[in-house]
Design a protein around this ligand. Structure first.
Ligand code: OOB
Length: 546
């Protein structure tokens, strides 16, 4: 029978040996388990607050967090889980999330970081793909009963033998705890410490194995760029299992510097602003739609949020006027973050000129990131021109876990990840994201980039959010459909209004929308990005009446 460590390694692509040597020579890997930052802080800053549950106000100090994690680790071991076993983790933002996450790491278990919005299709797929033996979830949140999902999972993927539930566990077990001294097992820091899930808006999510070494490097470098110190207070407002709030620099970056992380399950300005005021939050991370909402809310929310020095915005494109509006409303706080669970993270720097912060999505985090921008044939484009971003580097994966067929498509022969993102390099070396390879509409043979039309739509005074999609059409191949959310206190424009507005801005006539819908809210993915796949399905359905 193969050892657990070797089943974990099966399907995992290590760095090419020559590159691994060069990363090691550059000193980026510290060869310690990912939990070692927590263990170090429990010694150096034992009584400082590590995590707070925004909902209950419960705070754990660094010593308290390590001790609670060790009790959890011991509980997992007593339940029969062994180092290297994969565990599906699906918890909402809470101190319990941190305890369980570090408990799994301290037990040598490998969490699969699913998001609260995932449902049985994704969870069953990720459980089967990772070979998970356990599932950890909350009881009921937002009207959804995760215990039903757990029961469904157990019948679909019988290898998931252990189910642990917070709160009212029903017929399942509560989250385990055991007392006594816990001695964490040795780990190979070049093997996966955790699995992230890919953020694509089409198809099922893929498993992204991140090693102790590469993820620690991600956390430490991100924390340095955000200039985090022990006096910072970070608000985890996006789902904490996502790479952005987990490690860019997020919870792990904060643990590294001995700072304080506050969790909230409600990122609406109404609730989050009070939390910011109460804990004097200094840093947080949002997707653009939420950042825009916060920006607008500064006009009417009474809470004092002046402690906030850094508002990281990423996950999808933040338009330049929106970035400028946030800076104007909240002080020069914006940091643009263009990242991916697969690895590469780009940040605007704290001392970049503000106009560069507004128009760019940042520069790669590490000088060891090899970024190339290529045309459809894979040849580099002239500097400044648009092309697909491909990347290789110390913390970028060489392949999805156990997905050889996807890997043929998404990775080049020389080990670069082909991101599918279209970017342009600015003279400063920063990148501007211009679209996605597949996010184009082919109308009467003309290629129209959705982003291009969206940026122009957002310039309309009565439009707050916009998504442009292609809808099938017998005559033209595809029609251009603009879906918008009108601004507060404005009336939605009509299709002719929008067409003439865009035409006046000099947009080519073949790019003008053929269809137009004003709706209250755009559908979003698990982490809050606009879900164009859902829009396409909804609007293409014949039952829909315009
Ligand atoms: C982050 O990670 P994922 O894995 O959920 O999604 C990655 C994709 C990128 O390939 C790109 O298509 C898009 O999301 N994206 C952006 C963006 N940031 C991500 N597109 C335009 N502008 C941006 N600023 O989304 C993620 C991971 C870590 C930090 C931040 C975001």
């Amino acid at each position: 029978m193969p050892s657990v460590a070797s089943t974990l390694a099966t399907g995992f692509a290590p760095h090419r040996p020559d590159l691994a040597d060069s990363y090691r020579a550059a000193g980026v890997f510290d060869d310690r388990p990912l939990w070692s930052a927590l263990a170090a802080r429990a010694v150096s800053n034992p009584t400082d607050p590590a995590v707070t549950d925004g909902a209950t106000g419960t705070t754990l100090t660094y010593r308290g967090l390590l001790d609670a994690s060790d009790r959890r680790a011991a509980g997992f071991a007593t339940a029969g889980l062994r180092p290297g076993d994969r565990v599906i983790l699906q918890l909402h933002n809470s101190a319990e999330f941190a305890v369980t996450f570090f408990g799994l790491l301290r037990a040598g278990l490998v969490p699969v970081m699913t998001l609260p919005a995932h449902r049985i299709t994704e969870i069953a797929h990720l459980a089967a793909g990772s070979g998970a033996r356990a599932y950890v979830c909350d009881d009921i949140r937002g009207g959804f009963d995760y215990r039903d999902l757990a029961a469904d999972l157990r019948s679909r993927v019988p290898a998931v033998e252990h189910i642990f539930v917070t709160g009212d566990a029903g017929s399942f077990r509560p989250l385990p705890e055991d007392s006594g001294d816990w001695h964490p097992p040795a780990v190979d820091a070049d093997l996966p410490a955790l699995f992230l899930v890919s953020g694509g808006t089409t198809g099922l999510p893929k498993l992204i194995a991140r090693t102790h070494n590469d993820y620690a490097f991600n956390a430490v470098t991100s924390a340095a760029i955000a200039e985090l110190t022990a006096s910072d207070v970070y608000l985890a407002a996006l789902p904490a299992a996502h790479n952005f709030p987990l490690c860019c620099p997020g919870l792990l970056g904060m643990i590294g510097v001995g700072g304080h992380t506050v969790f909230t399950q409600d990122p609406s300005p109404d609730s989050a602003f009070d939390v910011i005021e109460r804990y004097r939050v200094t840093v947080t991370a949002l997707v653009p739609a939420l950042a825009q909402l916060w920006c607008a809310a500064t006009e009417w929310e009474p809470a004092d949020i002046s402690s906030l020095r850094l508002l990281q915005v990423g996950g999808s494109k933040l338009a330049a006027p929106d970035a400028a509006a946030i800076d104007a409303a909240m002080g020069p706080v914006v940091q643009q973050v263009f990242g991916m669970a697969e690895g590469l993270i780009c940040y605007t720097r704290l001392d970049d000129p503000r106009d560069l912060v507004h128009v760019s999505q940042g520069a790669p985090m590490s000088p060891l990131d090899e970024v190339r921008i290529v045309d459809e044939d894979g040849a580099p484009v002239p500097d400044g021109e648009e092309g697909e971003l491909q990347v290789r580097g110390p913390y970028t994966i060489r392949g999805y876990y156990r997905a050889p067929e996807h890997n043929l498509r998404s990775f080049t022969d020389d080990g670069f990840y082909a991101s599918g993102d279209l970017v342009r390099r600015l003279p400063s070396g920063h990148l501007a994201v211009t679209g996605r390879i597949k996010d184009t509409i082919v109308r009467a043979g003309e290629n129209v980039a959705a982003d291009d039309v969206e940026e122009h739509l957002l310039a309309h005074p009565a439009i707050a959010h916009a998504a442009v999609i292609g809808l099938p059409d017998d005559a033209l191949g595809e029609l251009i459909c603009a879906v918008v959310v009108p601004g507060r206190d404005t009336t939605a424009p009509s299709l002719p209004d929008v067409r003439s507005f865009l035409a006046d801005r000099g947009l080519a006539s073949f790019k003008l929308p053929d269809r137009f819908h004003a709706i209250d809210e755009l559908p979003v993915t698990s982490v809050g990005k606009i879900d164009k796949a859902a829009l396409r399905t909804d609007l293409a359905s014949p039952s829909r009446v315009d």
